[in-house]
Write a protein that binds this ligand. Structure first.
Ligand code: COA
Length: 174
């Protein structure tokens, strides 16, 4: 990563306000109505899997480094099996297309495997998330508390076979 203009670091509690601002910029107030938000509501992000991206580039005034991306996961449950819901994943619009999002996902998913997490799910654009291994779920097999476009419901088995036969309603895990 030495030649990249950003670094990926474990999220610290003091990063929360900057991350919230990125969410506001990228998703706007409509974020509270999304199906994925409803699964995360009132649930702490999964320990050890929250990372932030920081730019090394100086601003026009030579200023400080700046938080430009964030990834978190929520704990979820499907048919009695615990898993991860990826999100929010957010990148500063000025930094789009420079590898921040993929870098955050690769780092966090590798850590998730090390920590023994077995599967992850998300709602998002299949062509993007396919780049880290997510695949579409067969329509009707997994339902969320609010309707989602089935083409955007994607899973990744961190342990092969972890979701074999699993079906039902995805719920927050506490
Ligand atoms: C979606 C998002 C996380 C992508 O992050 P990013 O840092 O811009 O993406 P990366 O630079 O890591 O990846 C860029 C590559 O993915 C591709 N890509 C990006 N978004 C894509 C999408 N929605 N569908 C298909 N491909 C996509 C780019 O074309 C690029 O391909 P290339 O490497 O062949 O040029 C970011 O744009 C963002 O925060 N968007 C707003 C919030 C959002 O939608 N979050 C996801 C839902 S929770």
């Amino acid at each position: 990563m030495a030649d990249t203009p950003f670094s990926l670091e474990t999220e610290r509690s003091e990063d929360a306000a900057a991350i919230e601002m990125l969410h506001e910029t990228a998703f706007g107030p409509g974020r509270y109505a999304r199906a994925a938000f409803r699964l995360r509501e009132g649930v702490d992000a999964v320990d050890g899997l929250s990372f932030a991206a920081w730019t090394h580039e100086r601003g026009p005034e030579g200023g400080e480094r700046r938080l430009i991306g964030s990834i978190r996961f929520a704990p979820v449950e499907l048919a009695g099996q615990r898993g991860l819901m990826l999100g929010p994943l957010v990148v500063d619009p000025e930094w789009k297309g420079r590898g921040v999002g993929l870098g955050l996902m690769r780092l966090a998913l590798a850590r998730a495997r090390e920590l023994g997490h077995r599967w992850a799910i998300l709602v998002g654009d299949a062509p993007y998330y396919a780049r880290v291994g997510f695949v579409r779920v067969e329509p009707g097999r997994i339902r969320l508390p609010a309707p989602v476009d089935p083409a955007r419901l994607l899973v990744l088995e961190l342990e092969p076979g972890a979701l074999d036969g699993a079906a039902g309603v995805l719920a927050p895990a506490h």
